[in-house]
Design a protein around this ligand. Structure first.
Ligand SMILES: [Zn+2]
Length: 317
């Protein structure tokens, strides 16, 4: 079969959109970035999404390529079956039928996905989980969310809300979570929570807001307070991941998001803490994500390819 086929992929975040044309074998042949500028309101953001997607399809055709489908990843609650962006805090979507709007505007089959789930899909099929079948992808940034990928498909859940590992209860007496309950994993171990906890314990001595990356650095340099905050976060994260492993029995846990950039400062103590929690469970491999911030865009491309049943025969599963 001739392979001039490409899909149009967009990963829409709170501040920016990462966009690409991707071939069926996963090779990216053009990338673009555009500001989301969510303050303009959801209608304007939808307008930009359609414009950018249409522009990429036109550029593909101008280069002699054939766009065959569109994949769009968005944050928040996403009804993938209906193609509706149900709710998002940072982009402001409320029941936006993004798939149908795109089909109408571009005349191409379109798939809509959740940003973390498609990121997990990409890591499982093309990145750090490649070839291992059952993968739990955990993105740790401002919040914590996960995707459980089995043989190349991410579980969506009955209500589009699977993977909310950030809201597993790990510390009943812990800090209150953004969801309203105390002690959720993301209230203790997210990058935002680590920064907050450090500032709280440092009291007046904290010169400026300290990021989780800085806490990791200070901990490695031997600062006792940073060491304590970092270890508390790791112990709670190990509790959350151990629950994940009890539920899903995966071969590989892939850690992504900003906190994973701490690399071995995170992975080495976390592997040890997870190991302590394994009784009869099979211990998963714990690895850092490989695709960086391109994972969402690549995952959107995979969703688009899946929507038209085009899968690279070389892809390891
Ligand atoms: Zn919560």
């Amino acid at each position: 079969m001739s392979d001039d086929r490409v899909v149009v992929a967009l990963d829409v975040g709170g501040t920016g959109m990462k966009c690409a044309l991707v071939r069926p074998d996963g090779v990216v042949i053009r990338t673009e970035r555009h500001p989301t500028d969510a303050a303009r309101g959801p209608a304007a953001v939808v307008g930009t999404i359609l414009e950018v997607a249409g522009g990429l399809a036109d550029k593909a055709r101008a280069d002699g390529l054939t766009p065959i489908a569109v994949g769009i990843a968005v944050p928040g609650v996403v009804d993938e079956a209906r193609g509706v962006a149900v709710w998002s805090a940072n982009v402001g979507f409320r029941d936006v039928p993004l798939r149908d709007l795109t089909v109408t505007r571009l005349g191409l089959p379109t798939a809509l996905g959740h940003d973390v789930r498609v990121g997990g899909l990409a890591e499982a099929r093309l990145g750090a989980g490649r070839g291992t079948g059952h993968v739990l992808f955990v993105a740790i940034g401002t919040g914590i969310a996960a995707a459980h990928v089995v043989d190349g498909t991410a579980a969506v859940g009955s209500h589009g809300a699977a993977g909310e590992i950030g809201h597993i209860l790990v510390r009943p007496d812990g800090p209150r979570c953004g969801c309203g309950r105390p002690g959720c994993l993301e209230a203790v171990s997210s990058a935002a929570a680590i920064g907050r906890r450090y500032a709280q314990l440092a009291g007046g001595t904290a010169d400026a807001p300290v990021t989780a990356a800085e806490v990791a650095e200070r901990a490695a340099a031997g600062e006792p307070l940073a060491g304590r905050v970092w270890q508390e976060a790791i112990e709670a994260l190990a509790d959350g991941l151990a629950s994940g492993q009890a539920l899903f029995d995966v071969a590989t846990i892939v850690l992504g998001g900003g906190l994973a950039q701490a690399g071995d400062r995170l992975l080495t103590p976390l592997r040890a803490a997870l190991h302590e929690r394994m009784t009869f469970h099979r211990e998963p491999q714990l690895v850092a994500a490989a695709l960086g911030d391109e994972a969402g865009c690549l995952g959107a491309a995979l969703l688009a390819l899946d929507a038209v049943s085009v899968r690279d025969p070389q892809e390891k599963r």
